[in-house]
Design a protein around this ligand. Structure first.
Ligand code: ADP
Ligand code: MG
Length: 485
């Protein structure tokens, strides 16, 4: 590919394309070739973006009625839908994921703007009457300038998930997309402006984490931070937030279990368990990456899953296979490192390496893999692999199953598979995870469903009405009255 054919995308600050003299190549994971380059923003552009957001907040957005903010958000949703196919194409080029999964991502992103745009109209404070001559009420105010740092796995979905409730509630945003997949976030900035969002309310500044990301988290003009990404960087972001005493939402990793009891419905469970760990090649913080199965149904379920994994079609995202490549050579090598440990310590039921064939030689492909006889002593039981690797462990009693489930430091999601409603309720209450799925998994994206990790999976809530409140702060006004003379 020659240079002239590359897409080129500048940062969007205050509604304008801001040139930088440094660029980052954007790679197509299916062939390792660059297809675009984006601005490599540094501390200067971050400062400019924070200033633009502050300006827009103080002059326009904080004084814009909820009804008008709502209308703009819903118009952004329409704008996303109008470009559904182009955006999905771009997302697939950027992330490698199958085109049908990208199409779902665009639909879900549109839903976030629609949902928060609508919900914000019903947001209000409370009236409190603590004593005779005192009337108090609460106001839900925006924070001001919010900094959002997002990962590369579900770029447009996560951008919308974090930015939509912030914008709807009257905040102005600086969004730092991941260096590995920045394209649709930049297009979102354009769509927002075309939908009537005033300049400076949403600024998008691509760049490297340790440059642009670190500058954003350190900037004293940022009033609130939201980060989705790895646990390691979550710690770094929270430390930076602590220095400026700003609240931070962290959506980090997971090692989410499926707990399968003897009375499970195999016909329903098998395809959903497969999907939960192979969607976007397992690069999903909520991936169902551990299968904890009752000994009496272990071999039946394992052979059904093995067969299902074997029949998965792998290929470039644009051809809409079941599974595309991983995002980068670095991620592929990380996953292959875990697979080497898995091959040594556990039993490989299917997969275990790189798919054979010339068509897979250039892209970052890994086989969908099942590791059996995994125990808490193994690294692959505990650590988030972020690839299409299902780790299988058996239990004999339900208490033992819960104990296995609880044994990692993560607590993002859990799947429960049983026909007994009492058991399902018991497990749902007992498990320490932010989302429990009974006889389903991931609830079709779940825009309306609050989502937030227990334990080291994170802090704070995104999605659902809960997130709308998270982007506002509560002010109390107490007034002396003479209502009772
Ligand atoms: P991965 O290693 O899979 O890329 P990260 O957690 O490193 O996951 O990346 C998630 C997001 O965090 C990306 O947008 C990345 O640029 C950003 N990031 C990485 N390092 C830092 C940092 N030191 N400060 C702020 N943001 C960072
Ligand atoms: Mg990183």
């Amino acid at each position: 590919m020659i240079e002239a054919e590359l897409l080129e995308r500048a940062a969007v600050i205050s509604g304008k394309k801001v040139p930088t003299d440094k660029w980052i190549d954007v790679i197509d994971p299916s062939n390792a070739l660059p297809f675009a380059r984006v601005a490599r923003c540094g501390a200067d552009q971050i400062a400019e973006a924070v200033e633009a957001a502050r300006q827009a907040y103080e002059t326009i957005w904080r004084f814009t009625n909820a009804a008008d903010r709502s209308r703009v958000c819903r118009r952004i949703a329409e704008g996303l839908r109008a470009e559904r196919s182009e955006l999905a194409h771009l997302e697939t080029l950027d992330t490698g994921k199958p085109i049908s999964q990208s199409l779902v991502d665009i639909d879900v992103a549109a839903r976030y703007f629609e949902f928060y745009g609508s919900a914000v109209e019903g947001l209000s404070g409370d009236a409190i009457l603590p004593e005779r001559d005192l009337l108090a009420f609460t106001l839900r105010e925006p924070y001001g300038v919010c900094g959002h740092i997002i990962p590369w796995n579900y770029p447009l979905q996560v951008a919308a998930r974090t930015v939509a409730p912030a914008l709807a509630t009257g905040n102005c945003c600086v969004l730092k997309p991941a260096e590995d997949a920045p394209m649709t976030s930049l297009r979102l900035a354009g769509i927002a402006i075309e939908a009537g969002l005033p300049a400076g309310v949403l600024n998008v500044v691509p760049g490297y984490g340790e440059e642009a990301g670190a500058a954003l988290t350190a900037h004293p003009g940022v009033d609130r931070l939201a980060f989705t990404g790895s646990r390691e960087i979550g710690e770094v972001v929270m430390t930076a937030a602590a220095r400026n005493i700003v609240p931070v939402t962290l959506e980090l990793g997971g090692k989410s279990p499926h707990i399968v009891l003897p009375d499970f419905d195999a016909e329903r469970a098998v395809p959903l368990i497969v999907e939960s760990i192979t969607e976007h090649a397992g690069q999903n913080c909520s991936a169902g990456s551990r299968l904890l199965v009752h000994r009496s149904v272990h071999s039946e379920l394992l052979s059904a899953l093995t067969e299902a994994f074997r029949s998965l079609h792998i290929g470039p995202g644009a051809t809409d296979p079941d599974m595309g490549p991983l995002i980068s050579a670095k991620q592929r090598d990380r996953v292959l490192g875990y697979l080497a440990e898995g091959r040594r310590d556990c039993v490989v039921s299917v997969g275990g390496g790189v798919p054979r064939g010339a068509e897979y030689a250039d892209g970052f492909y890994v086989e969908p893999t099942i590791l059996d006889q995994v125990t808490p002593a193994h690294t692959v039981f505990n650590e988030e692999i972020f690839g299409p690797v299902l780790c299988v462990s058996v239990f004999d009693s339900i208490e033992e199953g819960v104990e296995l489930a609880e044994q990692t430091t993560y607590g993002l999601a859990a799947g429960v598979w049983t026909s007994d409603v009492t058991t399902a309720h018991w497990l749902a209450q007992r498990l320490r995870a932010g989302q429990i799925f009974v006889n389903n998994y991931s609830a079709a994206g779940g825009v309306e469903l609050p989502f937030g990790g227990y334990k080291r999976s994170g802090i704070g809530i995104e999605k659902g009405l809960e997130a709308l409140r998270e982007y506002t702060r509560c002010k109390t006004v107490a007034m002396h009255t003479r209502a009772h003379a």
